[in-house]
Write a protein that binds this ligand. Structure first.
Ligand SMILES: Nc1ncnc2c1ncn2[C@@H]1O[C@H](COP(=O)(O)OP(=O)(O)OP(=O)(O)O)[C@@H](O)[C@H]1O
Length: 946
């Protein structure tokens, strides 16, 4: 029986009367570890995964063999668990939701050969989830629809596979590729998909077993009967109420055996198998993206990017109670697949679904339960005719009918709605969704909820109208006030006119201008002493006609001077001091003459020596000279120009520079002020600046990703705004990774990161470097030219900067691991290490050449395999490797060698690798019984090196 699934002809009543968003139900995740397939293998090769309890497991960390990665799920089933354990523990509990008219789905996920088909299908001796669930479900429906019970239940089944992005009906293989559609309520439909009614398990087997033989399977190196497609068994439970109000419910159960992700090096796939594998990997990759998008609350979830995710729209982030069974294998050769499957499972358990009851009124009441109008009351008789008839039928409805009609009529509005309005509502829905609103979603839920939202929209419109009115009133008031005091109105622009240089050269009266910040206009009357004078002094070229006789010495200078009262100055200095003591490196950069490097030096100094007593203490920071200090302080009193940033007090010669600088704080695009805007310099005395304002300063106004990209470069370049407000166009893209750079120099410097080439060698110790500047710096360290006064109290290593010392202590000697991974329990000493670690949680992407699944961070390295061939060849077996690191791993793993790095010096006594002869000399002390290293915790003392 071919049937087109359709919701037409029904009036949906789900959650009528509740008006609330359905309660959330997280996707539940269970992990099943299969036993060793070859039982003898277990003895020689211990499993790489170990169960800890019924919910958690641990797996070795391949980057650090001392560590294990721990995962926690809703359930963990070890290798000894039976099919019944999994079914009873994780699947059986969700079946009851089907009888409530809700959807449920069970997905088996995992790498190829990990036991997905075994879990879902099993064998005649060990039946899996599918036969067990069907048996129970049919039993339940029989009980529920027994005579005298209010509901009549019927069950149908459909069975399909997604093979190479084609939807194929396994019950009718001749039907070809079917399309997936979505109805106006967001239900996923497959028109033309066969639905077979089943009333007993024998019925089910009669349809299911031959259909299963239609599923595409094939032999790979890892699995003799590997599923080459995703198989989806859809079981629908229809319920019809036997008595009024003749409701109808529909619950859908998806039982999905996903094809396994495949590493084609190990499966040995070629030709068709490789093509199948590409389709499988791609759809699983999209599945990962869907999970990520749902977890991050992105406005667009890429369901449509693959047939699999389109079909699963209901199960992930939709309306189903979902359970994901992640199957994993114990063999070491599956290690990376296992980690990847566990990471996917960990991410999936964050996904929230909102199941609700799929309930509607029957339009055409079932014949057997149709009662005569006599048997029904008049109102019931009318209701039995169905809502459509209610709405369009009688011209003079009775009272109860009218009330039903009234309830339903507004719902019609939505279908008749103007598309623009519908779009607005959709946007609003997305917005609410992205903000994690507790409000009602719009189009993913039944109509009644949409009504609530529409009402909200109307209320918001009214609110906007009200605010507009208020604004108009206020504007009218302001105008009235201005009219009352025309003198004040006229004076303001004179006071506030910007003191541009050009105006000064021609305007004699501007010998002395009083410029008031806007905020001070009111205060000035009360406190004349708070005046701030900005004096324009005579320029050398642009001669001022005459200046006041009292200021003869100022005539020789060509600059603006800001004269502030001593109290204001003192307050300003105090604020700078606060900033020095409390601000982060980023905040400090908002100060005059303090860049990234100096900011870090200041923070490092502060961590070592405690807070600064006075601003002048800055001089004690290594790297800030007395001269710089002087000019730093001087800059606070001597102005570059009259344009002062209201947030960080930096001064600028002209408005354009100021606006460009302001973009740092606002993140706005620097540029011309719109013609209507007031062209005013922002002049605020330091005293008005509060520390929070200062500490908020320095936010980068990035307009384009720093990384840019080849595409963006091709389209005219990437424009970025640096933290100091400078706009840079990056026109040069790296062809390896697409990152954009401003010039060829930086591009070439970056390209070195893609190669292992180290062209620069230290003439003293032969250590090699990728960059010349790094090499020269290193060479200077040999002759003591690099001053390294900061010594580590734990190991004696010297550093030129306190922040370097601090980060060394944090990384090497501290047991503190403040940077925690959100996905697993790993913790790190530095942000960089955490960042490197998070790569492993990223869903792998397929290489477009060979289909191999890799973390995106490793793709560019991997591409070397296809482009230039291996660089590093093992001398023992002639095998090539793309990186020296891989060659080293190979030497250790396959030949049991401890391969020394070319740039390392080996200690002959214990084979420890040292970077430099100096380090080796230090290390030798441990063999000679030299002086013990300083006691940990000793404050490091700056010691000049000889
Ligand atoms: N829990 C288990 N107990 C015993 N044998 C198992 C178990 N799980 C899997 N196996 C066996 O492992 C082999 C591979 O399992 P299965 O075919 O189910 O893997 P799969 O994940 O479906 O692979 P593919 O994705 O390639 O289809 C089969 O021979 C199966 O019988």
């Amino acid at each position: 029986m071919a049937a087109t699934v359709s919701g037409a002809g029904r009036c949906r009543l789900s959650k009528v009367g509740t008006g609330r968003r359905p309660p959330p139900a997280r996707v539940r995740v269970a992990v099943r570890l299969r036993p060793f397939v070859d039982e003898t293998a277990g003895a020689s090769d211990p499993p790489c995964v170990r169960g800890m309890d019924s919910c958690s497991l641990e797996i070795a960390n391949w980057r650090n063999h001392q560590e294990t990665l721990k995962y926690q799920f809703d359930a963990f089933y070890g290798e000894r668990s039976s099919q019944q354990d999994i079914y009873a523990g994780s699947v059986q509990p969700i079946l009851r939701h089907l009888l409530e008219g809700q959807n449920a789905s069970v997905l088996a996920y995992g790498p190829t050969g990990a036991g997905k088909t075994h879990t879902m299908l099993g064998s005649p001796e060990q039946p899996g989830v599918i036969p067990r669930a069907l048996m129970d479900l049919l039993q339940l429906t029989r009980e529920e629809s027994a005579e005298g019970r209010p509901w009549a239940l019927s069950v149908t089944m459909s069975y399909l596979e997604i093979y190479q992005e084609k939807v194929l009906d396994l019950l009718d293989p001749a039907s070809g590729d079917l399309v997936i559609r979505e109805d106006c309520r967001g239900n996923i439909l497959i028109p033309g998909l066969t639905q077979k009614p089943i009333t007993s398990f024998a019925d089910f087997e009669r349809h299911f077993l031959p259909a299963s033989r239609n599923r595409t399977v094939g032999a790979t190196r890892l699995n003799q009967r590997s599923s080459r497609s995703h198989a989806v068994l859809l079981v629908k439970v229809d319920q019809r109420e036997r008595l009024a109000p003749f409701r109808q419910r529909e619950g859908k159960l998806y039982l999905i055996d996903l094809a396994g992700s495949e590493d084609n090096r190990r499966t040995g796939n070629k030709g068709l198998r490789l093509k199948e594998s590409g389709a499988i990997n791609t759809s699983l990759f999209v599945l990962g993206k869907v999970v990520d998008a749902l977890n991050q609350g992105l406005p667009r979830v890429p369901y449509r990017d693959s047939k699999l995710t389109r079909l699963l729209q209901d199960s992930l982030g939709g309306s189903a109670h979902s359970i994901l069974i992640a199957n994993i294998a114990p063999e070491r050769r599956f290690y990376l697949d296992t980690v990847s499957a566990l990471n996917f499972a960990a991410r999936s358990k964050e996904v929230i679904n909102r199941p609700f009851t799929n309930e509607s009124l029957q339009l055409h009441v079932l014949a057997p339960v149709k009662l005569s109008q006599k048997e029904l009351g008049p109102s019931e008789a009318k209701r039995a005719r169905g809502p459509e008839e209610e709405e369009i039928g009688d011209s003079e409805p009775t009272a109860p009918l009218a009330s039903v009609s009234q309830k339903l009529s507004p719902l019609q509005k939505l279908s008749n709605m103007d598309p623009a309005m519908l779009e607005r509502l959709l946007n609003l829905d997305r917005l609410l969704g992205s903000q994690g609103s507790q409000g009602t979603p719009l189009l993913s839920t039944p109509r009644r909820e949409r009504m609530v939202l529409m009402k909200t929209v109307e209320e918001k419109d009214l609110e906007i109208e009200r605010l507009k009115m208020k604004q108009k009133e206020l504007e009218a008031k302001v105008l009235a006030q201005k009219a009352e005091d025309p003198k004040k109105e006229n004076r303001a622009p004179t006071i506030l006119r910007p003191l541009a240089r050009r105006t000064v050269t021609v305007a004699k009266p501007l010998k002395k201008a009083v410029v008031m910040p806007l905020q001070l206009i009111q205060e000035q009357a009360a406190s004349p002493s708070a005046e701030i004078h900005i004096l324009k002094k005579r320029g050398r070229k642009r001669k001022l006609e005459s200046l006041e006789a009292s200021e003869p010495e100022e005539k020789s200078e060509d600059c603006w001077e800001l004269q502030v009262s001593p109290e204001l100055l003192a307050q300003g200095r105090q604020k700078i001091l606060d900033l020095l003591n409390k601000g982060t490196a980023r905040d400090l950069r908002s100060l005059q003459r303090i860049g990234q490097k100096k900011a870090q030096l200041i923070v490092g100094w502060r961590e070592l020596h405690g807070p600064f007593g006075q601003v002048e203490d800055l001089e004690r920071v290594e790297g800030i000279s007395g001269k710089q200090m002087e000019s730093f302080l001087k800059k606070k009193t001597k102005s570059k120009g009259p344009y002062i940033c209201a947030l960080c007090a930096k001064e600028f010669k002209n408005g354009y520079n100021l606006r460009r600088h302001e973009a740092i704080h606002t993140g706005a695009k620097a540029g011309r002020v719109p013609s209507g805007a007031m062209k005013m310099p922002t002049m605020v005395p330091l005293s008005l600046l509060s520390v929070p304002q200062l500490s908020g300063a320095g936010g980068g106004g990035r307009e384009a990703g720093a990384g840019g990209g080849a595409a963006a470069v091709a389209a005219g370049g990437v424009v970025t705004t640096t933290a100091s407000g400078k706009r840079i166009r990056k026109n040069h893209a790296c062809e390896m990774c697409g990152k954009a750079f401003r010039d060829v120099y930086h591009l070439n410097r970056h390209k070195l990161s893609h190669s292992d080439e180290k062209p620069y060698q230290c003439p003293v110790c032969q250590q090699r470097f990728k960059r010349k500047d790094r090499m020269s710096y290193h060479v200077r360290s040999h002759d003591g030219a690099v001053h390294k006064p900061y010594n580590c109290s734990h190991c004696g290593k010297s550093f030129s900067r306190p922040d370097h010392l601090n980060s060394h202590v944090r990384q090497v000697h501290s047991t503190e691991r403040p940077f925690k991974c959100e996905k697993c329990e790993a913790a790190f000493a530095t942000k960089d290490r955490l960042r490197a670690h998070t790569v492993r949680h990223e869903e792998k992407v397929p290489c477009h050449v060979c289909g191999k699944m890799l973390s995106s961070a490793y793709i560019s390295d991997h591409m070397k395999v296809h482009s230039q061939g291996p660089h590093h060849v093992c001398e023992l077996c002639n095998k090539g490797f793309t990186t020296a690191a891989y060659l080293r791993i190979h030497a250790v793993k396959d030949h049991g060698l401890q391969a020394p790095r070319a740039d390392r010096i080996l200690c002959k006594l214990c084979s420890v690798h040292c970077k430099t002869p100096a380090q080796l000399a230090g290390h030798m002390q441990t063999h000679l019984g030299g002086a013990a290293p300083p006691v940990p915790g000793d404050a490091p003392q700056p010691q000049p090196t000889c």
